[in-house]
Design a protein around this ligand. Structure first.
Ligand SMILES: [Zn+2]
Ligand SMILES: [Zn+2]
Length: 253
């Protein structure tokens, strides 16, 4: 038995991150995550969205410019938020700043999205990291979100994917480059678990959708019937002007 530690006792029973607003740090009371002011600024993903991938669009669309012909292995994607402040900052904090308690909060928002969209999944999968990357960060944020989401929805987590190739950081790459970079990076380690199943894939952000597409493809090849995608936040639809700007930037480099 571990020796009794007063500090650990206090932390376990009395330290509650909920007592401060997750966005501005102001003291709050009750079970809320945000103060009333910040709650109003949350970029909740509703209004005009793409029916296929869930991104913010100017007008309602069946397939937006970002996902048309690109996110074919995913049957339907939804996010809790658009990737804007303060949520974008919170995601960075949960991923690189060690604020793990935020992952449970994200899972609660995702559970609401799950039920609101009538997703009916047999299995939850998460985006795996290579062993080396997970050791370095000490945790896989998508896995922790998936475990909590499983608790809240009653859908079991399948640890049936692995990442077999370390990919360089994707942030500076375009959608096409990301897809090339990711090709062959993921493997289904338990094909029997996904065969004929509706799989819910959990990730933190839908950026270009390249990761979801690559994982969706390996899941479908392994026999998954349906692959849904659920993410904490999605980057709004790419506009033509943005595509041109990206291209111009690339040409300069
Ligand atoms: Zn606040
Ligand atoms: Zn879309």
């Amino acid at each position: 038995m571990k020796p009794f530690s007063f500090r650990a006792f206090i932390r376990k029973y009395f330290f509650n991150p909920h007592w401060r607003c997750a966005a501005c740090g102001r003291e709050i009371f009750g079970d809320e995550y945000f103060c009333a002011d910040c709650e109003k600024t949350l970029p909740v993903a509703d209004g005009n969205i793409c029916a296929h991938c869930g991104r913010k669009t100017d007008v309602p669309e069946d397939y937006c410019r970002s996902c048309k012909n690109r996110l074919t292995a995913i049957d339907k994607g939804r996010s809790a938020f658009f990737y804007e402040k303060p949520v974008s900052d919170l995601i960075m904090k949960s991923k690189y700043g060690g604020s793990i308690y935020l992952l449970d909060m994200f899972a609660e928002y995702l559970a609401a999205v799950y039920f609101k969209n009538y997703f009916s999944a047999d299995l939850i999968c998460y985006v795996p990291m290579t062993e080396k990357a997970e050791r370095k960060r000490r945790y896989n944020h998508s896995k922790l979100i998936a475990l909590k989401l499983s608790e809240l929805t009653g859908v079991k987590v399948g640890h049936c994917l692995s990442k077999i190739k370390d990919t360089e950081r994707q942030a500076k790459l375009t959608g096409r480059e990301r897809a090339v970079n990711l090709a062959g990076s993921f493997r289904v380690t338990d094909k029997a678990a996904v065969r004929g199943k509706a799989v819910l894939l959990v990730d933190d952000v839908t950026t270009t959708g390249a990761t979801a597409q690559e994982i969706g493809s390996v899941l479908k090849t392994a026999g998954a019937k349906t692959v849904y995608l659920i993410t904490v936040a999605s980057v709004p639809e790419v506009h033509k002007t943005q595509e041109k700007k990206d291209q111009a930037r690339k040409n300069r480099e």
